[in-house]
Design a protein around this ligand. Structure first.
Ligand SMILES: Cc1cc2nc3c(=O)[nH]c(=O)nc-3n(C[C@H](O)[C@H](O)[C@H](O)COP(=O)(O)OP(=O)(O)OC[C@H]3O[C@@H](n4cnc5c(N)ncnc54)[C@H](O)[C@@H]3O)c2cc1C
Ligand code: FES
Length: 301
């Protein structure tokens, strides 16, 4: 793992530019207080938190950006914003969908409504899904990876007629782990989204598709000459998906992935998220496969 000594490898200008990452408080290291207004259980271990600012206006963000969520007395973790980027102007709460995997995520998902937490951000790059206007759009995702992609899907659906085919290829471990199942069905019925779901393992008698999500790519109906792909999930799945998309003829620059690494500061100072010369908290988390491929294939980074 990289540490702060790696900053010596960077020029002062680069560090200063990173440190000026966007903030809603003036100081990007100082969390703003938000109250949990509702907690929705999505699957057995995944919950969506609805947050309202305790003081000040709503947080505006771009699809793909993340915040640092601070459970007071426990710690702070990076979590992607999963709500609609247009929501802030319509009074919608700030949404994060969180899988309970450890101390901080457990504290966040178990906090009752009314609890105050700290929020820093928004930080990082965007999916910039509108770059795909005029072409086909392929979303490939697995498990909780649908949460960071949801704002980009909502961006596309807000102007559905500007795009060609829209495909959502979704994989989960089991049928019980399927996230936003009702919403995916609504997207298929109302927004002409070709939703294909698959599970890794299913109980006897399960009628849906069984297999890995990456297996859906080879036969998916899109035109690679005019398609863009947006991929989010475990790193091994993203590597396999990106490689399958490139084999179908998509240029690596039109395949975007959202990368996860341990993060502490979120603004390019601490080096925890560093992948060679890339600081994932500011240069990412969304990056294209042309940039990521050489980094993803080096084990020790
Ligand atoms: C940019 C970004 C966006 C993210 N978005 C989401 C999201 O929308 N929803 C969500 O549930 N999680 C998201 N994560 C992952 C989330 O930050 C980790 O699950 C969280 O930090 C775990 O903290 P913990 O204290 O609960 O568990 P810990 O005790 O710290 O870790 C529990 C387990 O999770 C693994 N882990 C810890 N941190 C990470 C990480 N950053 N990436 C991958 N594995 C990790 C550990 O190796 C360990 O196996 C995101 C991470 C990043 C970097
Ligand atoms: S440099 Fe600190 S989290 Fe990226």
């Amino acid at each position: 793992m990289a540490d702060i000594r790696n900053l010596a490898l960077h020029d002062d200008e680069g560090v200063a530019a990173r440190a000026s990452a966007p903030s809603t408080t003036g100081d990007p290291m100082v969390p703003r207080r938000y109250a949990i207004t509702r907690v929705r259980q999505d699957t057995r271990d995944t919950f969506t938190l609805m947050l309202d600012p305790v003081d000040g206006g709503p947080m505006r963000f771009r699809a793909g950006q993340f915040t640092m969520l601070h459970a007071f007395g426990v710690g702070e973790v990076p979590i992607s914003i999963s709500g609609d980027p247009r929501g802030a102007d319509e009074g919608a709460p700030l949404e994060h969908t969180i899988r309970n995997v450890g101390a901080v995520t457990r504290a966040l998902v178990n906090a009752p409504p009314g609890t105050e937490i700290g929020v820093r951000g928004p930080f990082g790059t965007s999916w910039d899904a509108p770059d795909a206007v005029g072409g086909d759009v392929v979303f490939v995702t697995g498990g909780i990876g649908l949460a960071p992609l949801r704002p980009a899907i909502l961006d596309v659906l807000a102007e559905r007629d500007k795009y060609g085919k829209v495909l959502l290829l979704y994989g989960s471990r089991t049928p019980e782990d399927i996230l936003y199942g009702d919403e995916m069905r609504r997207w298929a019925d109302l927004n002409d989204v070709n939703v294909q779901m698959t599970v890794d393992n299913a109980p006897y008698g399960y009628k849906g598709k069984v297999g890995f999500v990456t297996e859906l790519i080879a036969r998916a109906g899109f035109d690679p000459r005019r398609a863009w792909a947006f991929v989010c999930g475990p790193e091994g799945m993203m590597r396999a998906a990106a490689s399958a998309l490139v084999s179908r003829g998509l240029p690596p620059a039109k395949v975007r992935l959202s990368m996860e690494r341990s993060m502490k500061c979120g603004i390019g100072l601490c080096g925890h998220c560093q992948l060679r010369d890339v600081f994932l908290c500011v240069d990412g988390p969304v990056l294209d496969y042309a940039r990521l491929e050489p980094l993803m294939n080096v084990r020790e980074l």
